[in-house]
Design a protein around this ligand. Structure first.
Ligand code: ADP
Length: 425
């Protein structure tokens, strides 16, 4: 049977987050890393193609996204989904807006929504303004993000700067009226010449209403939250049956490690709490810049401590420390050097027998997945909203089984690194 929902995610952990949401909502879901060459696996309801298109140059991001779309179209997908971060992470030029416009053009459609809301993770939208917990996006830790600082919380304004089409708003007074009211607003916005609508959402009930209102849109764009409401549309049309064991990964034993390249406030706290309980090694970007063999040093350290693991290897630093390093090394150089080193360490750890691995940071996860030769992930049980355990699918079919959790920077409770291991099933 053909795949029902075809998704394109702009980073790896974002893709996993979305796939986890779809599994929870009853869709058997595989996440693929980059655009595949062969056909989709059998017995899959949704495919998420994870790209690394959040921060690469606009034309590259558009070309990769269009290639992913072509592949998904060839699998017979009935609806398409463009997933970005629940904090709308983008540079001043994009890439959210330009990629969404290119996908709309390729799908020959002239209206979509943009809704990064994820209330379970405290991302809500009211009057077009994105809140992170009780704070406006522009006053949250995201204002200091190393690659995509978000200094404006008005999403209508942010998206309007990125697209040539007109952006409107479906505000909460409409959303609380349910899917019929939302669909009517979409029709009115189109009459006013809008091709995009930011949509307010404060609760999962709103996400279900918005999902139902999107049943006939060729393209939906948003965070993973909005995906909660889409499976029901397929169920209502008799195309989807619920599978209760879609999230089983099987028995796994073996060595455990955490690798963290995220500097978000949430990760800083998770690192602090894991350090209090487990062996930890801090990777110093300045030592990397001095050409010291930090990867080897970290692996030698790991060899001594892994038996009493889980162990933690982290580049995570405070905002001040990151700014200091970025001033000295340059933002991109510092980011790339740290990502490369953590990816090298991940490869060494897996060779040394680590079979349960947590990676923190979107860009960091992308680098690790690439270094390990992982081509896809079967998505399993959820650890925290937006972060499931997964089982790696490798280029090399003889590789040892690896259970992996890819954690987006801002996600997870303070004890995430200490407690995630209990959720594997
Ligand atoms: P998040 O999901 O929190 O955004 P990412 O991994 O996507 O995390 O981004 C964090 C970026 O910061 C990566 O490029 C990483 O290499 C870089 N980084 C990590 N630690 C440091 C540090 N101490 N100094 C400078 N850059 C760092």
């Amino acid at each position: 049977m053909a795949v029902l929902l075809g998704c394109i995610a702009d980073d790896f952990t974002g893709g996993t987050d979305l796939a986890g949401m779809l599994v929870k909502a009853g869709m058997k879901t595989i996440q693929l890393i980059g655009v595949p060459t062969g056909p989709a696996p059998e017995d899959v309801d949704a495919v998420v193609i994870a790209l690394k298109s959040r921060t690469n140059p606009g034309p590259e991001a558009i070309a990769e996204s269009l290639a992913a779309l072509e592949w998904l179209k060839a699998q017979g997908c009935q609806q398409f989904y463009f997933k970005y971060c629940s904090t709308f992470d983008s540079t001043s030029k994009g890439n959210i807006g330009p990629v969404a416009e290119a996908l709309m053009q390729a799908l020959n459609t002239n209206f979509t929504i943009a809704c990064p809301a994820f209330p379970a993770n405290k991302r809500s939208i009211y009057k077009g303004h994105l809140f992170v917990g009780d704070e406006l996006l522009s006053e949250s830790g995201m204002r200091n993000h190393p690659l995509t600082p978000m200094t404006d919380s008005n999403l209508v304004r942010v998206l309007q700067q990125q697209v040539s089409a007109k952006v409107g708003l479906t505000d909460y007074s409409v959303v609380k009226g349910g899917s019929g009211a939302i669909q009517k607003r979409f029709a009115d916005l189109q009459k006013e010449g809008c091709q995009f609508s930011i949509v307010d959402a404060l609760s999962d009930i709103d996400l279900h209403s918005i999902g139902a209102a999107c049943a006939d849109l060729a393209l939906v764009t948003g965070g993973s939250g909005i995906a909660l409401g889409l499976p029901e549309n397929f169920r209502k049309r008799g195309l989807l049956k619920t599978s209760a064991d879609a999230d089983k990964l099987g028995d796994v034993h073996g060595l455990k490690a955490v690798i963290s390249g995220s500097c978000s406030l949430a990760t800083q706290e998770q690192v602090r709490l894991m350090k209090a309980k487990s062996p930890a090694y801090h990777l110093d970007p300045l030592a990397l810049a001095d050409d010291k063999n930090v990867v080897q040093e970290a692996l030698e350290w790991a060899a001594q401590h892994i038996a009493s693991g889980p162990i933690l290897i982290y580049a995570t630093s405070t905002t001040e420390e990151v700014m200091n390093i970025q001033e000295r090394l340059g933002i991109e150089r510092a980011g790339a050097m740290v990502e490369d080193a953590l990816a090298g360490i991940a490869s060494g750890l897996v060779e040394a027998g680590v079979s349960q691995l947590i990676v923190a940071g979107g860009e960091t996860s992308g680098a690790v997945v690439k270094a390990l030769g992982i081509t896809g992930l079967r998505v399993g049980p959820e650890i925290a909203p937006g972060v499931p355990w997964t089982k790696a699918i490798f280029e090399d079919s003889k590789a040892q089984p690896l259970i992996l959790a890819l954690k987006s920077g801002n996600f997870g409770a303070p004890q995430f690194f200490n407690e995630a291991w209990d959720y594997i099933k």
